[in-house]
Design a protein around this ligand. Structure first.
Ligand SMILES: Cc1cc2nc3c(=O)[nH]c(=O)nc-3n(C[C@H](O)[C@H](O)[C@H](O)COP(=O)(O)O)c2cc1C
Length: 170
């Protein structure tokens, strides 16, 4: 798929078929993730791949009972390694490491779509509970959960008009 087409047709998927993903499929998603840009190329990201049904259920509960998180055959937890952006001080810790990990998340969503897989960016969760379930350390902040699997629905969403959101300075 051409990149613009991939961007244009990706939609959040919240219903999944139970078929497991292969390790090669998951590694391809992570390969896409690690080529995201990051401030100073510090790459302050951690990816935790969860296929365990018990831990997926824990993550769904931590995400305020968003059950589709447990239904997806795999969930990629994305965390920011806060100390990794120390060279940039407060801006690194509070902004860059979140921007960097967000870029990695978007790469995963697009790569998955291109591979015929469905995903949803899940950000509504209890951070402490997700950190516990993912086994994260004190300086590792969970940023997103990405349930991923074969889609069992087609997503629908719209967008604001460009004229509502664009300002030109000429
Ligand atoms: C930072 C962030 C957090 C989100 N958190 C959730 C979430 O917790 N649960 C959910 O179902 N969707 C979540 N979404 C997905 C959005 O609802 C979705 O991207 C938006 O409605 C646009 O739909 P689309 O992805 O199908 O284009 C989140 C998206 C972002 C970027």
């Amino acid at each position: 798929m051409e990149v613009f087409e991939t961007i244009r047709t990706r939609r959040s998927i919240r219903r999944f078929r139970p078929d497991p993903l292969s390790r090669a499929q998951i590694e391809r998603l992570l390969e896409a993730a690690r080529w995201a840009p990051s401030a100073g190329n510090l790459q302050p990201w951690i990816f935790v791949v969860v296929t365990s049904p018990e831990v997926r259920a824990e993550l769904a509960a931590a995400a305020y009972d968003q059950e589709f998180v447990a239904e997806a055959p795999a969930v990629v937890g994305v965390a920011a390694a806060l100390a990794a952006t120390a060279p940039y001080g407060g801006r690194g810790r509070e902004l860059y490491c979140l921007q960097d990990t967000a870029a990695a998340v978007q790469n995963v969503l697009l790569a998955a779509h291109e591979m015929g897989l469905g995903t949803c960016w899940v950000g509504a969760f209890d951070e402490a509970a997700v950190a516990r379930a993912l086994g994260l350390g004190a300086e590792e902040r969970p940023v997103a959960l990405i349930p991923v699997g074969l889609p069992a629905q087609s997503g629908r969403s719209g967008r604001r008009e460009l004229s509502d959101v664009v300002r030109w300075i000429e």
